[in-house]
Design a protein around this ligand. Structure first.
Ligand SMILES: CC(C)(COP(=O)(O)OP(=O)(O)OC[C@H]1O[C@@H](n2cnc3c(N)ncnc32)[C@H](O)[C@@H]1OP(=O)(O)O)[C@@H](O)C(=O)NCCC(=O)NCCS
Length: 422
């Protein structure tokens, strides 16, 4: 599709495929909140807007059910993301969250929730420019209401509500190609429970291999190897904040965290029961009581569609991490990169072991951050999926996605992307 074929997106302040970015910055900076309509956009008469109150557990359950049945599937419809209610509570109630950015659409007659889109506040750093933005996620329309041009109205409505708060930029990601990605990252998958992944059709048996050989290939030690590795606790928030801030600063597109945000994103609910835990964060203590490393992943299972032996696979996704290794060196320092690579290999091998202990079947990661340094060595395989990063109302030079045109990992430049979207 060309720019002009995007009937909706061609009307929006987004970068075009056809143009080269000459300077970075907002596309339209002419408006103030008073210029923005006070009333919601019109919907077809059988539907109505509803601002969802996610403090109410029964409303989180409605969003959960909508997504459970209708959210993103892989290309051949074997898997569908299965965000738990606890996950949605975590993802949608980040510090500074606003109820009116949780936008539902209901059937006017029955009040059934049939569509959803959300925004949360986020501070972005785009090549040194710090921008108060929104992060848009969980756009979902019930399967029976697809292709009726409802998505554009929902996108405009959430934009209106965000603009009313004097926020004019947003970050969003999608598997689909729209005008115009600022970066594209590739999904990698590291089998933990290979036989189960094979049973559900996710991991075919390679030619010339046996099941036993595949199991041996993905075997992991039962215990982690890094001395001082332990679960992150609330008292670690200031140190993790400092370490992660320094590490993320080296990237071209990163999230700027407050301490409150670190507490929320990395710890969430310390008391939560193990089976409901969403985010898993660990730190490495050094003998002098400073933190040398931090690593985290989150739990996002996928429903297995139409398989008689398994209903779901338990998936860990790589989240934020940071290391003091080579932290004071420029990102392209050759010796520094090698040291960081060794460190990340050990750290992520331990993350894989922790994920195995917590009963995950597979560990997924994108080619963002410095992931291109360790994915191959730790037996991650390239997936079919790509994730495009988009900025709304902001033009930026293209950012490396961590893989090369030939599909191989870019171990030299890695990625400039340091925002992990859920
Ligand atoms: C994505 C989804 C909401 C789109 O709804 P739809 O009924 O298929 O499409 P509509 O007729 O309402 O709107 C079509 C427009 O939305 C755009 N669109 C489709 N998917 C989009 C996405 N993920 N993000 C932004 N815009 C999108 C299309 O490009 C089109 O605009 P265009 O004319 O400029 O090309 C719907 O397919 C869905 O719920 N899919 C499953 C969940 C999902 O993929 N969510 C998005 C995660 S990023």
């Amino acid at each position: 599709k060309k720019d002009e074929d995007y009937r909706f997106w061609k009307t929006q302040p987004v970068a075009r495929f056809s143009e080269q970015v000459e300077s970075e910055g907002p596309i339209d900076s002419s408006k103030t909140p008073d210029d923005i309509p006070a009333e919601p956009y019109a919907l077809l008469k059988e539907f109505e807007w509803d601002t969802l109150d996610l403090e109410d557990k029964s409303i989180i359950m409605e969003v959960y059910e909508l997504l459970y049945g209708n959210y993103v599937e892989d290309t051949d419809s074997t898997l569908r993301f299965s965000y738990s209610p606890e996950f949605l509570d975590w993802a949608l109630k980040a510090p500074g969250w606003r109820k009116d950015w949780h936008v539902g659409v209901r059937v006017a007659g029955t009040k059934k929730l049939v569509a959803f889109i959300s925004g949360i506040p986020v501070t972005l750093d785009v090549r040194g420019k710090v921008i108060d933005s929104a992060e848009i996620n969980f756009l979902c329309i019930h399967k029976k209401l697809r292709s009726k041009r409802l998505a554009p109205v929902m996108i405009k409505e959430v934009t209106r509500r965000i603009n009313k708060q004097n926020i004019w930029q947003a970050l969003y990601t999608a598997g689909v190609v729209l005008p115009k990605p600022v970066s594209t990252c590739r999904y990698y998958h590291r089998s933990i429970n290979w036989p189960k992944l094979n049973d559900v059709g996710f991991s075919p048996l390679p030619y010339g291999m046996t099941r036993a050989k595949m199991v041996a290939k993905y075997a992991l030690p039962s215990e982690t190897s890094t001395a001082g590795l332990r679960r992150m606790v609330a008292a670690d928030v200031p140190a993790v904040h400092e370490l992660l801030t320094k590490y993320l600063r080296k990237f071209e597109l990163s999230q700027v965290f407050s301490q409150d945000e670190i507490r929320h994103w990395m710890i969430h609910d310390e008391e939560i029961a193990d089976e409901k835990r969403v985010v898993y964060s660990y730190v490495v203590d050094s003998p002098d009581n400073t933190l040398t490393d931090f690593v985290s992943f989150y739990k996002l299972p996928s429903t297995v569609l139409g398989n008689s032996s398994h209903n779901s696979i338990n998936i860990a996704y790589s989240f934020y991490y940071a290391s003091t290794t080579s932290l004071e060196l420029p990102r392209d320092d050759k010796a520094g990169v090698l040291n960081l690579q060794s460190r990340l290999q050990v750290l992520f091998n331990d993350a894989l072991i922790l994920a195995k202990q917590a009963n995950f079947d597979v560990f997924n990661a994108l080619t963002l951050l410095d992931n291109s340094l360790f994915l191959e060595d730790l037996k991650f395989g390239a997936g079919d999926g790509f994730l495009n990063y988009y900025l709304f109302n902001y033009k930026a030079f293209p950012i490396n996605g961590g893989y090369l045109e030939n599909g191989k990992l870019d171990g030299i430049n890695r990625s400039g992307v340091a925002v992990v979207m859920l």
